[in-house]
Each structure stands twice: as structure tokens, then as C-alpha cells.
Design a protein around this ligand. Structure first.
Ligand code: HEM
Length: 423
């Protein structure tokens, strides 16, 4: 596969076809498609055209080898929800997973999950209606199973992958139970926040007698970049996602599971979710020179301190006239870079979030860090180092944490996630 047809292609959308020649998502949110290209709109390929296709019509295929929402170029908005089963019946779990799988496919195609306006005046609408007429908006829905789903309640212990266990306690954490764990999760990403919210709301609603919501995070701006995307900024004002995984070869090597003690995990991945609170007032009072040292990069350009342009390769060995390395050894990028971690990489897919203000009037905001990797140990290795010595720690607190096994994509309509568990 060529570099143009990189990570995004592996969830079923050819990036070359999808973006067309020189296509880009404009600031206005419209997907411009070059004359030679077409766009995946609704469920069909559109003919070549000169006029921009509105991003509202963008639709990613739901069925495929991998779930969408992983290698998919990150959309602008996120609704993440973690759920606990309230029912202890395996049949109820099976029912939820079957209902969700079908509804997820419908919503990703821009459809409702049933009538929003039934003909009978006495009928309660099946779909809540707030996304009617808005189009699919590039919606992806990604489902994960938490370690607790495989406890004694549903008799699923024999299906639990050996790698799926709660993350170990690490330095730099002040975890709150209200943002931690969950039996199931849904990551909803879209170019419109209401479409993402509608999807999660309706999934929760159709399973309300079997599951309850445990915690949720609304992400209002992507803080990572996929292939062919500009690099966005996190709430500290720095470009985030510059050296993210974008190539299909890296996805195969670091993200997609090829071997597992559980056959049902092949083609899947592990999702780490970390709600990271930023001490924004403290950061905003910091000098720019220190901000550069903390990340090891410049602020506006996002260049490594050893280079000039954003995508210059950092030189972690280069020394200044004082004999110290130009990129501090305890800067965020020096600690996290694959060059300094035996080649370990992960796919970052995080979002900026805000919860308004806290009870003493400080801004309550930060990074909802999401990463996909074939083995949770990739995250643990990096976070153990970052938690122990990252200069950034003065300005952040990890307050939420969860690990989920993300099964592979569904091959076709009629199949459902977790089907293997129920014989
Ligand atoms: C609020 C918390 C965090 C902030 C604000 C943050 C911000 C940044 C920024 C600005 C960069 C440089 C640009 C880039 O290459 O993307 C970066 C790089 C990176 N971050 Fe973070 N990050 C945070 C948490 C984490 C965590 C928890 C991990 C993993 C455990 C992580 C892993 C990485 C990696 C692997 C890189 C690429 C380093 C390289 O290869 O140069 N980050 N981060």
C-alpha cells in the first residue's frame, strides 16, 4: 500500500479515493473533493465532481476488518461513554450487543434507529430525533469491552484475553472512581457534536433496562492528527499529534492485533482512555521558554527544539553550548519518543475537553487522551516513564482511566459484537 493510501484505508475507505486529488477538510468544515476524486457519501461512491461535498454527507463504512474510529482520521467532536451492565443475565448482554450492533450500523449510515415521529399519536418515538436531516457527519462508533465484563456475572471468563486487565497504578495519578473503568464503552466521533451525542444517547436509551451509564466525556476539538490532516492544538496551545502513527505499516506493527490467546480479538486493538486534567491557570502563568522546555518543541511552529519546521526529526543527542541536550531528557517528547523507548509507538486519538469550572472557580479542562495499541504494555511503558519524570507533570493530573478490548470489525449485517461468546 502506498503512503497516500495509509492508515485510513485499512478500515475500508481508500484515502486516495476518499480525499481525491488535493482534497482537504476546510476551515468551514466542508470536504473539498478534487476533480479526479470522489467522496464516500452516504453508503455509495459518488461520481467525480467539482463542487465540494458537504462534510454532513461523509459516511464511513461500518462493516470491515477493523472497527471504524481507530485509523479513521479523527473527526472534530467526540462523545465517549462508559457503561456498566445492571442485568446479570448473559442473555440480556447478548441482546444489548445485538441491538447495539444493528443500531450502530444504521446511525453511521445517517439513518435513525426507528421512527422519530410514529403515525399513531399514542406511540412513543423510537428514535429521539435530534439528528434527523443532519446526515451521517462522518460518524464512527467504536465499541470496547472492559475487563470487568469477563468476571463471574456472565460466564465469560474463558473469553477474557490475558492482556485485558486493569492498568497498574502509576505515578502522577489522582484517579476518581467516577471517571474510571466500565463494562462497555462507546467512542462516538463525528463532524457534528449533536450527531455524536444522538448516537450515544440512543444506544444508552435502547439498553436502559440492561445497562447504566458510568461516566462520559465530551470532546470539543481533536487533539491528534491522522494521515493528511493538519495538526491541531491542545489546550496548552501546542500542536498535538505531529509524530502520531499515520502509516498502514505502523498500524499493523503497533495497533492491530494479529495474534492473541483469544481468536475473537484478532483484527482488534486495546483502547486506553485517560482523562487528564490540566492546571490551566498555572500553565498560563508559565514563561514561554519553560513551556518550550516542557515539551521539547516550539509553540507556534511545533518544531523540535533541534529543528526549524514541525516535521523535522528531533535530535535527542544534540547538545547546546552548555553541554546539556537541547531537548531536555525529561521533556515530554524525549520521554515518549519511540527512539528512546525501544521502538514503542501507539496511535493517539485524543480530544480537548472542558467541564466548565471546578468548585473553586478554576477552569476544569484538559486532554481526554485516547490511544490504541495492540498490547496495553505499550501505554504502560510510556506512561510509567512520563508519570515518574515528565516536566509536564507540574501542569497535569490524570483523573480518569480505563482499558477496553476493542473487537475487530463486523463482516456484514446480521453479525454482532461478542457473538462468539454466546455459542
Ligand atoms: C495532558 C497530557 C498530554 C499533553 C498535553 C501532551 C502533549 C503532547 C505534545 C504537544 C506532543 C508533541 C507533538 C506530537 O508529536 O504529537 C506530544 C507527543 C507525544 N505524546 Fe503527549 N501529551 C500528553 C499526554 C501523553 C500521554 C499520557 C502519552 C502516553 C502515555 C503521550 C504520548 C506521546 C507520544 C508517544 C508523543 C510523540 C513523541 C515523539 O515521538 O516525539 N502523551 N504530546
Amino acid at each position: 500500500m502506498s503512503s497516500e493510501e495509509s492508515a485510513g484505508a485499512s478500515d475500508g475507505v481508500s484515502r486516495r479515493r476518499f480525499f481525491g486529488a488535493g482534497a482537504a477538510v476546510s476551515a468551514a468544515g466542508a470536504l473539498a473533493v478534487g476533480a479526479a476524486g470522489g467522496a464516500i457519501a452516504a453508503t455509495a461512491l459518488r461520481p467525480a465532481q467539482d463542487t465540494p461535498t458537504p462534510v454532513s454527507e461523509l459516511s464511513y463504512p461500518f462493516y470491515g476488518d477493523h472497527q471504524a474510529g481507530i485509523s479513521t482520521p479523527p473527526q472534530d467532536h467526540l462523545v465517549f461513554m462508559s457503561f456498566d451492565m445492571t442485568s446479570k443475565s448473559a442473555t440480556d448482554l447478548q441482546l444489548v450487543l445485538a441491538k447495539w450492533s444493528a443500531a450502530m450500523a444504521q446511525m453511521c449510515a445517517g439513518q435513525t434507529v426507528g421512527s422519530a415521529e410514529p403515525a399513531r399519536e399514542q406511540a412513543v418515538p423510537v428514535d429521539t430525533g435530534e439528528a434527523v436531516g443532519m446526515g451521517p457527519q462522518g460518524l464512527t462508533l467504536t465499541l470496547g469491552f472492559g475487563p470487568s465484563l469477563f468476571d463471574e456475572r456472565f460466564g465469560l471468563a474463558k473469553f477474557k484475553p490475558a492482556l485485558l486487565k486493569d492498568l497498574p497504578a502509576m505515578a502522577g495519578e489522582s484517579l476518581q472512581a467516577g471517571y474510571t473503568g466500565g463494562d462497555l464503552c462507546i467512542q462516538a466521533c463525528a463532524y457534528d457534536p449533536q450527531v455524536a451525542y444522538h448516537a450515544v444517547r440512543n444506544l444508552a436509551r435502547m439498553a436502559r433496562t440492561q445497562v447504566k451509564t458510568r461516566w462520559t466525556v465530551l470532546g470539543f476539538g481533536r487533539a491528534s492528527a491522522g494521515a493528511n490532516q493538519s495538526t491541531p492544538r491542545n489546550l496548552m496551545g501546542f500542536k498535538d499529534g505531529t509524530r502520531n502513527i499515520t502509516q498502514a505499516e505502523d498500524m499493523d506493527q503497533h495497533v492491530w492485533i494479529a495474534d492473541s490467546d483469544q481468536d475473537w480479538m484478532v483484527g482488534g486493538s486495546y483502547l486506553v482512555a485517560r482523562k487528564i486534567h490540566m492546571l490551566i491557570e498555572t500553565w498560563d502563568a508559565d514563561q514561554i521558554g519553560d513551556q518550550h522546555t516542557v515539551f521539547g518543541r516550539s509553540k507556534e511552529e511545533g518544531a523540535p527544539l533541534t529543528g526549524k519546521a514541525e516535521h523535522d526529526v528531533p535530535d535527542f543527542a544534540a547538545k547546546g553550548s552548555d553541554g546539556a541536550t537541547i531537548i531536555a531528557a525529561d521533556s515530554h517528547v524525549a520521554l515518549a519518543a519511540h527512539e528512546n523507548n525501544g521502538g514503542v509507538k501507539l496511535l493517539r486519538r485524543g480530544y480537548n475537553f472542558t467541564d466548565g469550572i471546578d468548585d473553586v472557580g478554576r477552569l476544569d479542562a484538559g486532554l481526554f487522551f485516547l490511544s490504541f495499541q495492540k498490547d496495553p504494555e505499550q501505554f504502560i511503558k510510556l506512561q510509567s516513564k512520563l508519570g515518574a519524570s515528565d516536566r509536564l507533570n507540574e501542569y497535569i493530573r490524570h483523573v480518569g482511566s480505563a482499558l477496553f478490548a476493542v473487537p475487530p470489525g463486523l463482516p456484514e449485517a446480521g453479525k454482532y459484537f461478542g457473538q462468539e461468546f454466546f455459542g
